[in-house]
Design a protein around this ligand. Structure first.
Ligand SMILES: NC(=O)c1ccc[n+]([C@@H]2O[C@H](COP(=O)([O-])OP(=O)(O)OC[C@H]3O[C@@H](n4cnc5c(N)ncnc54)[C@H](O)[C@@H]3O)[C@@H](O)[C@H]2O)c1
Ligand SMILES: [Zn+2]
Length: 358
């Protein structure tokens, strides 16, 4: 069983297959002079990783397997240089295909490598984390980090296809899975009609084909209408302004991205309530969905203060100050709007509410 969605972006279309994807690989490798697999050791050691590697070796001229350092350590310019050199030595040309197998760090790094190697080669995304299946592998944003800032060097370079096999999530550590649920619930808050289904799945800790497809569809619709994040794509940053502050306040170690986003989502709804855009019921509903999934919605008061200071460095700013993505009560529960201005007193109050004593 599988669901195929069509992603349309900047005049190109590509399939996003959610479900058992084994049989789909050859369709992408046919007609290529060479294939390179870019992955990380942890993923390559999983049953799914081994299956994908074996299937590539059978079906195609697999010229290189590039193993990136795990996680963010794989998203550096130094690793990019080494990887590009490997591709060059393996004889890849512009008719070759790069297959990115792994979480969002691998799809970001391999996607960017594909964007710049020989001024652009095709790449296929085979995401293996919840976050990569519902977010990172979709929408064509690719990047590596600079020591000063995450994702500071990147390109828009959509893949030729995305193969998301939920069976690969079986080996994902529990905390990574739960972290991905933070992004899953974000889609439920962007589309309140999806919230009951997504919240139930998140509570059960189960991420299946239907859940991934539902979230992917929301992201793809938004990206199709606004590929370059000039307007509507900003909606995808719901919960991320304060969330990034929390992530930074924890030194990028204490809270995962998804946990920080969960706290940021609670923050956004509280801020919206303080601004009179939604009521207490909406805040309670959102917090129940997040805590039901085992995600945090509070931090210590000191961390909340620090997060507030750090989010002031967020890149989505205007001369009016920080611009927010916030819900407003509407016929289907609420709608979410972008570029909302909030006065600093309201922001301060929301931060105090999120900060529990401790
Ligand atoms: N391009 C975009 O639009 C976009 C959007 C959101 C996030 N991102 C990026 O995504 C990255 C985070 O991605 P992530 O949360 O997937 O983290 P990750 O890629 O670092 O993976 C998390 C950990 O899980 C391991 N792992 C991956 N799949 C596994 C599996 N199936 N079984 C066992 N272990 C597995 C990895 O080796 C790693 O240790 C960040 O760098 C972020 O900037 C990009
Ligand atoms: Zn995110």
């Amino acid at each position: 069983m599988s669901t195929t969605l069509e992603a349309r972006q900047q005049g190109q279309a590509y399939p996003v297959v959610v479900g058992s994807s084994g049989g789909r690989l050859p369709g992408f490798t046919q007609g290529r002079d060479r294939i390179a697999l870019v992955t990380c050791a942890r993923v390559l050691a999983t049953p799914h990783g081994k299956r994908v590697a074996a299937s590539l070796a059978r079906a195609a001229p697999l010229a290189a397997t590039v193993i990136l350092p795990d996680g963010e350590r794989g998203k550096t310019l130094a690793v990019l240089e080494r990887s590009a050199t490997r591709l060059l030595r393996a004889g890849l040309t512009r008719r070759s295909l790069v297959v990115a197998l792994g979480g969002g760090a691998v799809t970001d790094a391999a996607g960017f490598l594909s964007a710049v190697f020989m001024r652009g080669v095709d790449w296929l995304a085979v995401p293996t984390t919840v976050l990569a299946m519902v977010d990172a592998a979709l929408g064509g944003k690719t990047a590596v980090n600079l020591p000063l800032a995450k994702n500071a060097v990147g390109a828009f370079h959509p893949p030729v296809g995305v193969l998301s096999d939920p069976a690969s999530l079986g080996t994902l550590p529990e905390r990574e899975l739960r972290s991905g649920l933070g992004e899953v619930l974000k889609y439920g808050l962007l589309r309140p009609e999806l919230l009951p289904h997504l919240a139930a799945r998140a509570r059960a800790g189960r991420v299946d084909e239907r859940t991934i497809a539902a979230c992917a569809r929301v992201k793809l619709e938004i990206v199709e209408r606004d590929p370059r994040e000039r307007a509507e794509r900003k909606l995808l940053n719901l919960g991320h302004t304060f969330g990034h502050g929390v992530e930074a306040a924890g030194g990028f170690r204490r809270w995962t991205h998804g946990e920080s986003v969960a706290i940021g989502l609670a923050f956004a709804f509280r801020l919206a309530r303080i601004l009179g855009r939604v009521g207490e019921e909406e805040v309670e509903r959102v917090e129940a969905a997040l805590t039901g999934a085992g995600l945090p919605v509070r931090v210590e008061a000191s961390a909340a203060r620090k997060a507030r200071l750090l989010m002031a460095h967020d890149k989505k700013r205007s001369s009016a100050g920080l611009l927010w993505v916030l819900p407003i009560r509407g016929p289907r529960g609420w709608a979410v709007e972008w570029d909302v201005v909030a006065d600093p007193t309201a922001v301060g109050q929301a931060a105090r509410e999120i900060g529990r004593p401790g």
